[in-house]
Design a protein around this ligand. Structure first.
Ligand code: NCC
Length: 277
């Protein structure tokens, strides 16, 4: 069953698109009143069927000098990752941010100034934390990889109208299973990167998803992020996250030509809503 067609892959993914975010109805969250703490509308309800085109902007250094900013801003929604800024990089990455996908380090590490930085305001926030594979919510709640729960509760209480969600670890590991189930090698038992998670979430919300600089273009560089000087080629092909395998799988889900990827740095994916399985 390893070799699946593009359609089969998309249908398999579609079958995994339930329970994306915590709804507070499972213990230990239910016991602690999280049902009232969580946003009243789910992420899917928030956007409904309104999003036609969406852009996902990977944070790779290779997006520098791409001039893709205006095109990215032309989408109905733009997803960015972690602390990736737009200020100072508008020409290459655009200015619009609709959703910001955060790993729990952003919320837990003081240097990110999660509570005060403008990066995390006036956008939909979607946070996640690498739980152990056998999702035990009680254990995860007691011992998250980085403490996202304390800042989450504080922020929800201060700002109850802000659309702020936590991805369900079960969803993260279903995505990992999809990668492993379509890869011959045994991949590392670490969760997929924020990049992969964000692309999959947007495929669930949008008709068409354009992904920028996730599969590296001919601008590929060792510069890890477009917004920092730090050099490390593992950022692109992976160390902790099964990045290379995620990227191969995303490539297989799309019909984009090699030339488009290489020259422009863009890969197009069909949203899952209209796919008949
Ligand atoms: O680097 P990061 O990711 O924030 O990048 C977001 C996503 O963009 C894609 N990417 C990035 C750089 C690159 N050269 N090529 C790429 O394809 C990846 O898909 C990546 O997921 C993360 O996944 O959350 C990650 O976060 C950082 C870090 O925690 C945050 O930037 C906050 O500082 C991790 N780095 C470390 O822990 C040191 C990184 O491993 C993964």
């Amino acid at each position: 069953v390893l070799v699946r067609s593009r359609r089969e892959l998309l249908c398999r993914l579609k079958s995994q698109m339930f329970g994306l975010t915590l709804d507070g109805r499972e213990p230990p969250f239910s016991v602690r009143g999280w049902e009232r703490l969580m946003p009243r509308r789910s992420l899917e309800e928030l956007y409904g069927a309104r999003l036609n085109t969406c852009a996902v902007v990977a944070s790779a250094g290779s997006i520098l000098h791409s001039g893709l900013g205006e095109e990215i801003d032309g989408h109905d929604a733009v997803l960015r990752f972690n602390a990736a800024p737009t200020e100072g990089f508008e020409n290459d990455v655009g200015t619009k941010t609709t959703i910001r996908l955060l790993n729990s380090q952003i919320m837990a590490q003081p240097r990110h100034e999660f509570n005060t930085s403008a990066l995390y305001r006036n956008v939909t926030l979607l946070a996640w934390d690498p739980s152990p594979y056998n999702v035990d919510l009680q254990r995860w709640y007691e011992e998250p990889d980085s403490d996202l729960f304390t800042p989450y509760v504080e922020r929800r209480q201060l700002n109850p109208s802000e659309p702020f969600y936590i991805l369900h670890p079960g969803y993260i590991w279903r995505l990992w299973d999809l990668i492993q189930g379509n890869t011959i090698e045994d991949i590392q038992p670490n969760p997929p990167s924020s990049g992969f998670i964000g692309i999959m979430v947007m495929m669930g919300l949008c008709e068409t998803v354009n992904v920028y600089e996730y599969i590296p273009s001919q601008r590929q560089t060792d510069q890890c992020h477009y917004y920092e000087d730090y050099q490390d080629n593992a950022c692109t092909l992976g160390a902790y996250h099964p990045l290379i395998y995620e990227k191969v799988l995303v490539r297989r889900m799309s019909r984009t030509s090699e030339r488009m990827i290489k020259v422009k740095g863009q890969l197009t994916l069909q949203g899952l809503r209209k796919i008949q399985c």
